[in-house]
Design a protein around this ligand. Structure first.
Ligand SMILES: C[S@@+](CC[C@H](N)C(=O)[O-])C[C@H]1O[C@@H](n2cnc3c(N)ncnc32)[C@H](O)[C@@H]1O
Length: 243
């Protein structure tokens, strides 16, 4: 079963997704929107749209048409109920089957989804096929430094109170059961070089990357997020399909 159909994960994720101070909303979303640029007249596919939060924002940013796809029936049901607009369409679809849409998009966005998918190579090929020439693929994922350890990650504090992250298993790619709220979700760890080489192999150029860090304001509210200056939590890419 898809983890996001699970009642507990669904409810916890909904609370976090609607918290304007969540790490996703403070660190990831602003960079993804900046990377997507001007959305006027753009046809957009939001891959793994969840409950439609990003799709709705793209609507308010003047996108022409947005299709949101997700594998979780429960999330698509929620998206249709609470985040529907006349230019947004939601569909239950596996991100690995987007070729079945038979459409090309100006921009494909994806917030923390690709790391739930084992075959990154085939996924990127399908995404490339579904983009117009020079189309953009903007995606975020959990940082490989976070997905690396096979066991629960523990932080150490040294004598001068600086945080030390215990990195392990970095070169052992593959399945990880990542702690998520009360339970776990299955994700796939890939090294940075695998991620970049797979991108380059699939006819994309990398226009920009980000490993976001908390702003001064964010640190004032959440001093504990100083940890992200020692180890970023997310990795964000802006890719362009080569013509
Ligand atoms: C961390 S959530 C992010 C949701 C959304 N992008 C957002 O910003 O709210 C991960 C999402 O990926 C979806 N997902 C996981 N595997 C998928 C797949 N193979 N195809 C489509 N969606 C998938 C999950 O159902 C979930 O909605």
């Amino acid at each position: 079963m898809n983890s996001y159909n699970n009642e507990k994960i669904f409810n916890s994720f909904l609370i976090e997704r609607e918290d304007k101070n969540s790490p996703f909303n403070m660190q990831v979303k602003p960079t993804m929107l900046k990377f997507m640029g001007n959305l006027k007249n753009k046809n957009i596919l939001d891959l793994g749209c969840g409950m439609g939060h990003l799709a709705k924002e793209l609507h308010f940013l003047d996108a022409k048409k947005i299709i949101g796809i997700d594998i979780s029936e429960k999330e698509i049901e929620y998206a249709n109920k609470y985040h529907k607009e006349s230019n947004i369409e939601y569909r239950i679809l596996d991100a690995q089957n987007i070729n079945s849409l038979n459409q090309k998009f100006d921009i494909i966005s994806s917030g923390i989804v690709v790391d739930y998918i084992e075959d990154f190579d085939t996924l990127l090929k399908s995404i490339n096929d579904c983009l117009e020439d020079n189309g953009l693929f903007v995606f975020s994922q959990v940082h490989p430094l976070s997905t690396a350890p096979k066991e629960k990650r523990k932080w150490l504090q040294d004598n001068d109170s600086s945080y030390i992250y215990q990195l392990s298993d970095y070169s052992f790619e593959g399945k990880r059961e990542m702690p998520y709220f009360d339970g776990t979700v299955t994700m796939y760890h890939r090294t940075l070089s695998t991620i970049i080489n797979t991108i380059l192999k699939n006819n994309f150029e990398i226009l920009e990357m980000s490993e976001p860090i908390p702003s001064k304001e964010e640190l004032e509210i959440f001093p504990n997020r100083i940890k992200n200056l020692h180890k970023p939590s997310f990795l964000i890419f802006k890719l362009r399909k080569k013509s």
